[in-house]
Design a protein around this ligand. Structure first.
Ligand SMILES: C[S@@+](CC[C@H](N)C(=O)[O-])C[C@H]1O[C@@H](n2cnc3c(N)ncnc32)[C@H](O)[C@@H]1O
Length: 473
């Protein structure tokens, strides 16, 4: 007898998944966040008007833990839209390319982003997704919808699981996202589409129909009575309700949207989904966030968002993207300590002085950044390069510095962010901050994330104008 087929394995996958989901739902809640910070992009809010307005949340960690936390922290039945774009069972490892400064030159380093290789192939993939889908259903509101983005490798099997969890009558659509980019083959038709399965929780779901252009045959006007027609540079068209085949370009090499994350999806795709299946103020969630496209688009259309991803590259990409987009304040939760304790930021000097007009000014000078090279998930040839880079200028590896200039000892309120920009590649090692709040500063919190996602933080106490380090993480 050969290996049992996936059809034979499915009943067990479903039985085990249901049992595990029940156990998760019934067990007492164990606080999981290792760290929590509040990131407040400077230009997004006037601090004096800001009072616990933070609703958006990004979790770094496995989404199974995140979903459990949300279910037990009041989000059961509260989310109107879930979009997920999980790994596709491509049997590949995804990488991100990081360009760092190496003395006067630059160095490109390939860094692991996420794994899409499954020990027991399709069966273990389906086990992973089944339990998560079961629990995501609990998060959906009565008007809620879930979009599951897949491709030819898994969509047919996941459809069967979705029918079981969400019931066939709640299956709304199979959306085909068609694009032009990617490889071609002479052995099969070129694979140029992904499939998005759409299910609602009940029959009474949010659906704000969107319109698209439908070009007339021959691109000429029809002049039918009562039909409004329009003309653009291509020809004459009418507006019709959006169909289930969407032709949207992938993010190209030169696209302005591109953030350097391999599997980044176009904002246009998320725009359609979010506008159709959520309302202003709805909560939109994405538990496989990658580069954070869902949160970026949700915010653009005044939706609240919750995102999670377990990859380090995702965290640094999302953090930067949100800051650059002047996003609303958001909570950053870290729920595993995989990327902690391996690095340290040394400060050369830190002082608060007064400028000519008597205004307080904080001056920080970074000294050195230390990192355990062996812990980085990169090939050995890159490790050698990193050693050289660290010797020339260790701060070249710092990707993000966040500062709370008036830390109250609870949740750090990161109101100052500094991050590497593509044109400069390094963070300025001298930081100057002018802020009226410095007058009352007792403690300063500094957080540092490097290009590989390793994180460290420290609290500095101001004691009789002297700055002393009082706590390191
Ligand atoms: C296809 S990518 C998502 C891309 C995203 N839609 C975008 O526009 O950038 C899938 C993501 O799922 C994340 N991931 C995989 N398994 C996960 C898990 N168990 N928990 C959280 N994130 C996970 C990976 O790190 C990866 O970033």
């Amino acid at each position: 007898m050969g290996e049992s087929s996936i059809i034979e394995k499915l009943p067990q996958i479903i039985k085990d998944g249901k049992k595990e989901a029940k156990e998760i739902l019934e067990r007492p809640f164990k606080e999981t966040a290792v760290e929590k910070e509040e990131i407040i992009p400077k230009s997004s809010i006037e601090l004096s008007t800001y009072k616990n307005k933070c609703i958006n949340q990004f979790y770094q960690g496995d989404n199974l833990i995140v979903i459990e936390k949300l279910l037990k922290k009041g989000y059961k039945g509260k989310i109107d839209l879930i979009y997920i774009d999980p790994p596709f069972l491509t049997k590949a490892n995804y990488k991100g390319k990081i360009v760092v400064k190496n003395g006067e030159g630059e160095e490109t380093i390939e860094h692991f982003a996420y794994k899409d290789i499954w020990e027991d192939g399709l069966a273990s993939y389906l086990e992973m997704i089944y339990i998560r889908l079961c629990l995501m259903r609990e998060l959906l509101s009565e008007k809620g919808t879930i979009y599951v983005h897949l491709d030819y490798r898994t969509v047919h099997y996941v459809k069967v699981l979705m029918d079981e969890i969400f019931h066939e009558e709640n299956f709304i659509n199979e959306v085909i996202w068609a694009y032009k980019s990617g490889g071609v083959s002479k052995r099969y038709y070129s694979r140029k589409h992904d499939t998005i399965l759409v299910y609602s929780k009940t029959r009474d779901y949010i659906f704000n129909s969107q319109l698209e252009k439908s070009y007339n045959r021959g691109l000429k006007p029809y002049r039918f009575k009562g039909v409004e027609e329009f003309e653009d540079q291509l020809g004459w068209y009418t507006l019709v309700n959006l169909k289930d085949v969407w032709q949207i370009d992938m993010i190209g090499r030169t696209s302005k949207e591109r953030v350097g994350y391999d599997t980044q999806k176009p904002e246009k795709l998320l725009e359609r989904i979010i506008l159709t299946s959520s309302n202003e103020d709805s909560i939109v969630a994405d538990f496989f966030a990658g580069s954070g496209t869902t949160g970026i688009v949700a915010e653009k259309f005044n939706r609240k968002w919750i995102m999670s991803d377990k990859g380090a590259l995702s965290l640094i990409t999302v953090n930067k993207r949100l800051t650059e987009n002047n996003s609303k304040p958001y909570y950053l939760y870290k729920i595993d300590d995989k990327f902690k304790g391996e690095s340290k930021l040394l400060i050369k000097s830190m002082e608060i002085s007064k400028d000519k007009r008597g205004k307080e000014e904080l001056h920080i000078e970074l000294d050195k950044y230390c990192l355990h090279i062996d812990k980085i998930d990169i090939k050995d040839k890159y490790k050698e390069k990193i050693k050289g880079i660290l010797l020339k200028d260790s701060t070249a590896l710092i990707d993000f510095i966040g500062i709370d200039i008036n830390y109250d000892g609870k949740v750090p309120l990161i109101t100052y962010q500094y991050y590497r920009k593509d044109d400069n590649l390094t963070i300025n090692s001298r930081i100057n901050i002018k802020d009226d709040r410095l007058r009352d500063t007792k403690r300063i919190f500094i957080k540092c994330i490097d290009v590989f996602g390793f994180q460290c933080s420290a609290v500095y106490e101001i004691n009789n104008e002297r700055v002393v380090i009082c706590q390191e993480n």
